[in-house]
Design a protein. Structure first.
Length: 144
């Protein structure tokens, strides 16, 4: 695969599942154990999601939080774990890891297209946040 360049030291059947010590990863590793978790949170959470969660929890109260918790435990966490585990097992990215079966051919492309559209949609709120942040430093004496 493209993810690692390995030299097989011993070719016996018993050592076939062990990675040899001379294996060097071409993709690299996370610098810290918590880096992958923080990168995943950075990709899934944003200011839009946090503010929406706050608004919905104030509007619907404990009922919203209970439904959110149940759906996260039943759907969100297992799906996230499956996605990360499959990518780790196959040592592939978003496009390549869904080529394991012909029925999943378009899933990688659909994920990238949906993330691009969501990014375009979400950047509007972030840009307004930066505009309000900039305008918070302007006083009545200042002129644009």
């Amino acid at each position: 695969t493209l993810s690692s360049v390995c030299v097989r030291v011993d070719s016996s059947f018993e050592d076939a599942y062990e990675m040899p010590r001379t294996c060097q990863s071409a993709l690299g590793q996370w610098p810290h154990g918590l880096s992958s978790v923080l990168a995943s949170l950075g990709c899934t959470l944003g200011l839009f999601n946090i503010s929406r969660f706050a608004v919905l929890s104030v509007q619907f109260g404990a009922n919203f939080f209970l439904q959110f918790l149940i759906m996260s435990l039943l759907v969100g966490i297992p799906l996230f774990t499956f996605h990360v585990s499959l990518g780790q097992l196959l040592a592939a990215g978003t496009m390549d890891m869904w080529r394991i079966s012909p029925i999943f051919q378009g899933v990688g492309i659909a994920l990238l297209v949906s993330q691009a559209l969501l990014g375009i949609y979400s950047i509007v709120g972030v840009s307004w946040m930066f505009i309000y942040f900039r305008d918070s430093f302007i006083t009545k004496q200042d002129i644009y």
